[in-house]
Design a protein around this ligand. Sequence first.
Ligand SMILES: Nc1ncnc2c1ncn2[C@@H]1O[C@H](COP(=O)(O)OP(=O)(O)OP(=O)(O)O)[C@@H](O)[C@H]1O
Ligand SMILES: [Mg+2]
Length: 137
Amino acid sequence: MIDGIREEVAIIDESDIILVRKTVREAATKFNYSLTDVTRIVTAASELARNIFLYAGSGVMRWRLLEGNGAKGMELIFEDRGPGITDLEQAFQEGYSTSGGLGLGLPGTQRLMDEMEIDTRVGVGTTVVVRKWQRRY
Ligand SMILES: Nc1ncnc2c1ncn2[C@@H]1O[C@H](COP(=O)(O)OP(=O)(O)OP(=O)(O)O)[C@@H](O)[C@H]1O
Ligand SMILES: [Mg+2]
């Protein structure tokens, strides 16, 4: 816990997506991101949490603050032991969805965040790491 904000949220029920949103919103706000950036981070977190709920069934979200080399940022990690993603390139194409969705979650998240890394193995699971750096004034 940092100032009453949990650093880890288990994603098991659909309602946990709301808890992820609330947790990330509180952390990003506390870390003085602009309102626009808070919204971007919360939207990305929401998409990744929903993907875990939909495709893996369950998983976990963790966040931490990054500091070093004069830069500050926030990192979010989404980890599941679901089916994995067979074709990552395809998964990142706008409109590609295996669930009849819009297929915008992953490409949208990539646009909203500064950095995005995915480690996925079929039959093992998926870990998505996203980062947002703070603008220096
Ligand atoms: N954690 C995951 N585990 C397994 N497959 C995943 C995971 N996340 C995404 N995928 C696969 O990648 C595809 C694309 O994901 P993306 O979030 O971009 O679109 P979507 O979830 O289908 O639709 P939308 O997010 O727009 O509602 C999904 O349809 C699914 O097949
Ligand atoms: Mg999605």
